[in-house]
Ligand binder design. Structure first.
Ligand SMILES: [Zn+2]
Ligand SMILES: [Zn+2]
Length: 350
């Protein structure tokens, strides 16, 4: 298969800083589009993959799965896109297309495993996939999104992961104008959950451990802020919420939030993989038909639906734009939650 070389930014090992490197991209096949990358959001998964925090990282690792760019080439069988169109690529660049999940537009739950935008198994070139910290990417057109022309492109990028990760559970649990939604955590995911739930017409509450975030949360659209460390505030929202989107990325106690769910309410974990501590008390769940659920990103059709919705409602992420060579510093700041609320790399700086 013919390839071409592009500049990229990646890590050579677990402990190495990211640096400039060259990678190979395949020439577009009949079903592919080639995209010049304009902006790439910086997700926590990028950092964890670059540093092998979850194990399984294959080096060199080129992260980035919040990609916005312009199409520079289309394969002969592609009718959905033309050269010059804006395009987005999220966390999924391929899936089997034939399993029950894929047949129902749930590629994120592909039973044969979807191909991640980075650190996935490259079906075309062998080896592993490289993400959006690069000049260009070539992707199967069925896994490419149309990007609304009316939005700030840099601020669209985080919608491709942070946006869809919170949109999918909001839609699955039927959030709408009569819903009462709470969000736990105000970071990249949490701030999108507030904006999207508000856009869907819900009454939105942020749970925060510190009062300092109240003003910011309200500016993002939250109707209320509840300080989760104040028992009286927690008591005041007992039995209130239909859906809680829990974005906390580390082990934490969800029991106090369960009591704030309405009958049949659901707390959805989107930011943390692993065991919960202290253990989950089933009494309030059983006595109120409440659920604790999980959700990961979203399917391609659902991601398109979210982008279209954001175009119509003028919803984008709150971002700080950086140059490519500022990425290592950005990772350090992310570890201290020192970003409001997402870094986005201007890829012209590579
Ligand atoms: Zn991500
Ligand atoms: Zn599948």
């Amino acid at each position: 298969m013919n390839t071409f070389t592009v500049r990229a930014y990646g890590a050579e090992s677990t402990t190495a800083d990211l640096k400039e490197m060259n990678i190979e991209r395949r020439e577009a096949t009949p079903n592919d589009v080639e995209i010049e990358i304009l902006y790439c959001g910086v997700c926590h998964s990028d950092l964890h993959t670059a540093r092998n925090d979850w194990g399984g990282t294959i080096y060199p690792a080129v992260p980035g799965h919040e990609i916005v760019g312009r199409i520079t080439k289309v394969g002969s069988d592609v009718s959905k896109f033309k050269v010059g169109d804006l395009a987005g690529v999220g966390c999924i660049v391929d899936s089997c297309g034939t399993c029950e999940s894929c047949k129902h537009d749930l590629e994120q739950y592909c039973l044969n495993g979807f191909t991640g935008t980075y650190n996935g198994k490259d079906k075309h070139l062998g080896g592993h996939t490289f993400g959006g910290y690069s000049q260009k990417v070539v992707v199967d057109s069925n896994h490419v999104l149309k990007v609304p022309e009316n939005l700030d492109l840099a601020a669209v990028a985080p919608l491709l992961c942070a946006g869809i990760t919170t949109w999918s559970p909001l839609k699955h649990w039927n959030v709408g104008p009569n819903s009462k939604v709470a969000v736990v955590g105000l970071g990249g995911l949490g701030h999108m959950a507030i904006k999207l739930a508000k856009g869907l017409g819900a009454e939105v509450t942020l749970f925060s451990r510190t009062p300092g975030k109240a003003e910011d949360a309200k500016q993002l659209g939250a109707d209320h802020v509840v300080i989760s460390t104040e028992q009286s505030e927690m008591d005041s929202v007992k039995g209130k919420f239909d859906v809680i989107i829990d974005t906390v990325p580390y082990v934490h106690d969800v029991n106090p939030y369960i009591t704030t769910l309405n009958i049949s309410g659901t707390l959805v974990i989107v930011g943390y993989l692993g065991g919960l501590e202290p253990i989950l008390n089933t009494v309030p769940m059983i006595m109120g038909r409440k659920s604790v659920a999980g959700s990961v990103i979203g399917g391609i059709a659902e991601t398109q639906e979210m982008l279209d919705f954001c175009g119509e409602h003028n919803i984008v992420s709150e971002i700080e734009t950086i140059k490519m060579n500022e990425i290592n510093e950005a990772y350090e700041r992310m570890l201290k939650s020192d970003v409001k609320y997402r870094f986005v790399i201007d890829m012209q700086s590579l």
